[in-house]
Design a binder for this molecule. Structure first.
Ligand code: AHG
Ligand code: MN
Ligand code: MN
Length: 280
């Protein structure tokens, strides 16, 4: 696992450089979710593939930007699912973006996650690594990731980060979101799940939601590359991660690019989601 973390750190340093200088034009290609890829999405994907495919313990790599998983070493024991550049459409407006990694054993299923990691490229580059019961924060300083602290969620937060197109929300979902605002929650939503979830973790709690909507009945966020890695982190940090009713980590995707509605937060808010969705 040390080698994997070190390869992720090297990728992050290279990606940060690519974000800083690269022209961010669109490519001619679409990814498996039908989104037009930026040249930067493709470049970040290649950087991560290069770094992780050299690690002996890595068996398979699956990327949001590639249709099929790639076998890199038959003797390796870990499968890594990654989103090379989450929120890439925010680069041109200079908002924070991120990379997300889920490290699985056996197959890409929620219960098989062994570790997960994300990197935030913001005013500072930070990395969060969840493994062996702990969620640890690191800060990039002078070319090295230095340990900062362990992250733990409070029982209840103050932030509400409601994703998806509001026009297409189910009425019960809107009632729940409005209810949190009426309790004093504040809107904090950038449109990048990495910085939005990072904010909730660092501020101690709150709720991030990307629900099922009339235009996206299975949500938008992808289980293997986005949803499971964050579910693992939120559970280890003392919060919860559900699809509305059940824990996200109980899900097994049929296909590596499958999506799921998702809710991440501290316990109080996750209970609110469960009581809202229990009857639907
Ligand atoms: P990506 O850039 O990897 O395609 O993912 C963007 C994701 C996520 O970061 C964010 O929460 C969500 O898409 C926002 O989606 P909408 O634009 O539909 O709100
Ligand atoms: Mn993404
Ligand atoms: Mn992406």
């Amino acid at each position: 696992m040390t080698e994997i973390l070190s390869a992720i750190q090297k990728s992050a340093i290279r990606i940060k450089k690519a974000i800083d200088v690269k022209d961010i034009g669109y490519s001619q290609e679409q990814n498996s979710s039908g989104e037009t890829q930026l040249q930067l999405d493709i470049q970040c994907d290649l950087i991560i593939e290069e770094e992780l495919s050299h690690v002996f313990s890595v068996h398979t790599l699956a990327s949001e930007e590639k249709e099929d998983a790639l076998l890199v070493n038959k003797e390796g024991k870990y499968l890594i699912g990654f989103d090379p550049l989450d929120g890439s459409s925010l680069v041109d407006v200079n908002l924070s973006v991120g990379s997300i990694f889920g490290i699985y054993s056996g197959s890409f299923s929620g219960k098989n996650l062994i570790a997960s990691c994300y990197v935030v490229y913001g005013p500072r580059v930070e990395l969060v690594f969840a493994y062996e019961g702990k969620v640890k924060l690191y800060l990039l300083q002078s070319g090295e990731f230095e340990y900062v602290k362990e992250l733990r969620l409070e029982e209840k937060g103050k932030i509400n980060a409601p994703g998806g197109t509001q026009q297409n929300w189910e009425p019960y979902h809107k009632t729940m979101v409005d209810g949190l605002f009426q309790e004093g929650y504040r809107l904090r939503y950038s449109g990048g799940m990495v910085p939005d979830l990072h904010q909730i973790l660092l501020k101690g709690g709150g709720l991030f939601s990307y629900p099922c909507t009339s235009d996206k009945p299975e949500g938008k966020l992808r289980q293997v590359f986005e949803v499971f890695p964050f579910a693992f982190i939120f559970e280890l940090a003392g919060g919860g991660a559900i699809d509305g009713k059940e824990n996200l980590l109980l899900q097994t995707p049929k296909h590596v690019h499958d999506t799921s509605p998702c809710f991440f937060g501290s316990n109080y808010e996750i209970e609110r989601v469960k009581s809202t969705y229990a009857s639907v």
